[in-house]
Design a protein around this ligand. Structure first.
Ligand code: TXA
Ligand code: MG
Length: 313
């Protein structure tokens, strides 16, 4: 499977592959025509740059220049893993990948199949999440298949993604700042870097993830605290909505309203996008979600939820 995938990439094809965060839609990052196909298939505007996935730390200096010490420290601590760093780009990064900016986003994923693919390919793989633009990211091979069908040349099935939300994007071209919260938390970064790492609210660079509604299911999303679940979901139901609830295990929402239970924060992250997809498929038009605590991966979940509910930006 991996050698087949490498062959597909070498001849300019597209391979969907699992990472520990979400599935990626990969192309040879140095092949302009192949990268062009990613944008076409996703329906993604060219102004939205891609992450280049690398086999290991050794490739960092090939793809970036003027690398600050903090980037060495961050990548030594969190690669392979769910951390993407934004650095000054080298000549190797093509305009199509960087959106014409002077920076490039780089990450070494930890998923064994992604790692195996990258090691066998021995180069950079440009890969956005393997969904159509504006839809939630895929966390199983089936999600990829449902979204992209035959537009992708090969799908590597690695089962469900263990983290379930996208990587943390850390801009290191100036003072460190998080452009998108994700699998690595701000506290973890601060501990390792020894400096404050704020989460950026608005950004001059194009980050589609920073658009409200980018991580949205079709159904409307309402975020509530535990004690409001029953009242809000019944009220929405009385107003003619078909309502589903996502809440911690043991919560109930009243007759006729299904509750998708989340045992803990990590499971919440792992299941979130799959649950959104299922709820859409089953025809619900309103989702009432219990607000997760804003700690650990909960920060990334809350970020995606508030975008899905349209309450940011
Ligand atoms: O976990 C992940 O990061 C997944 C897996 C497949 O690695 N990838 C992913 O890619 O989420 P995508 O394209 O859906 O989101 C990448 C984000 C976008 O919001 C993009 O704008 C931002 O990274 N990005 C890419 N290059 C950038 C740059 N040079 N400066 C700032 N943001 C950048
Ligand atoms: Mg995406």
């Amino acid at each position: 499977m991996i050698s087949k995938a490498v062959e597909v990439l070498r001849r300019g094809g597209l391979v969907a592959f699992p990472t520990e965060t979400v599935y990626g839609l990969g192309a040879n990052a140095e092949d302009e025509l192949a990268v062009r196909r990613i944008f076409a298939i996703k329906g993604r505007p060219h102004t939205h740059p891609l992450i280049v996935h690398l086999p290991d730390h050794g490739f960092l200096d090939l793809w970036a220049r003027d690398i600050p010490q903090l980037a060495r420290v961050a990548t030594a601590a969190f690669w392979p893993g769910p951390l993407t760093v934004v650095l000054r780009r080298s000549r190797r990064s093509i305009d199509l990948v960087t959106g014409g900016q002077d920076t490039v986003a780089l990450r070494v994923p930890a998923h064994p199949l992604a790692a195996e693919l990258l090691r066998a390919f021995r180069g950079g793989i440009a890969a956005p999440s393997a969904n159509r633009f504006g839809r939630v990211s895929p966390t199983t091979a089936k999600h990829v298949e449902n979204d992209l069908q035959s537009d992708v040349d090969l799908i590597i099935d690695g089962g469900p993604c263990p983290i379930g939300v996208e990587s943390t994007i850390l801009d290191l071209t100036g003072l460190p700042r998080i452009l998108r919260p994700g699998g690595v938390t701000a506290e973890e970064l601060e501990t390792v870097l020894g400096v404050k790492v704020p989460v950026q609210q608005t950004s001059a660079v194009r980050v589609p993830g920073s658009l409200p509604l980018h991580y949205a299911p079709r159904a409307g999303v309402v975020i509530v605290d535990a004690e409001e679940i029953e009242e809000r979901s019944n009220q929405l139901r009385r107003n003619g909505h078909k309502v589903a609830v996502i809440a911690q295990t043991g919560m109930s929402a009243g007759p006729g309203i299904p509750v998708f239970p989340m045992a803990d924060l990590n499971e919440f992250a792992r299941q979130l996008y799959g649950t959104f997809r299922r709820i859409d498929q089953e025809g619900y038009d309103m989702i009432v979600i219990q607000r997760p605590p804003n700690i650990g991966v909960g920060v990334a979940i809350n970020d995606r939820l508030s975008r899905a509910s349209g309450s940011t930006g």
